[in-house]
Design a protein around this ligand. Structure first.
Ligand code: FES
Length: 117
């Protein structure tokens, strides 16, 4: 991938909320989860480091704990929203795979070096 790709509008990434994101790449669709943390967009691959399952339990439905951290629907791993580090659960200290994005003019774009799914 050698140019930035549009991922979503900036207003889709909201503090304390997690959204499912998808983009079509040359090798097929790439599934991601996004949020906003301290004003900055955060996007990761939607794949839990425990068993590689999607983190959501239904389309665009993610669990959160009472601190607003993302909870994997499969076995309850908890991920903090800054670096996507697992702070509790079966894959503690593992991390979600980050997707590099940039925010420009109300749009979130994948950085050209983002991994392909
Ligand atoms: S697949 Fe996420 S906690 Fe097991």
């Amino acid at each position: 991938m050698d140019e930035a790709k549009f991922l979503c509008d900036s207003n889709q990434l909201v503090e304390g909320q997690y959204v499912e994101l998808q983009i079509d790449m040359d090798r097929g669709p790439m599934f991601m989860v996004g949020t906003r943390h301290r004003g900055e967009p955060r996007v990761w691959m939607n794949s839990c480091p425990h068993q590689g399952r999607p983190l959501n339990w239904a389309p665009n439905q993610f669990l959160k704990d009472d601190q607003g951290q993302l909870v994997c629907a499969a076995h309850g791993a908890v991920f903090e929203p800054d670096a996507g580090l697992c702070v509790s659960g079966p894959c503690r200290n593992a991390s979600l795979t980050p997707v590099e994005v940039r925010e420009l003019d109300g749009r979130i774009q994948l950085e050209p070096c983002a991994p392909e799914g």
